[in-house]
Design a protein. Sequence first.
Length: 54
Amino acid sequence: MIGIDASDIQRLDSEKRNSILKKAKEIEEFSVLQISRVTGINRVAVRRTVPVAP
């Protein structure tokens, strides 16, 4: 994804984790569900972090 193991994202501080999640959404154009499945982070938590088009 962005040069870091998906499982390591859960252990990062919130600012760094949120930055990576936003990049995954904006640059890679992954859906919230895809990001959630790959990282193991709850779908609702991902949705709160990344902007979602209405």
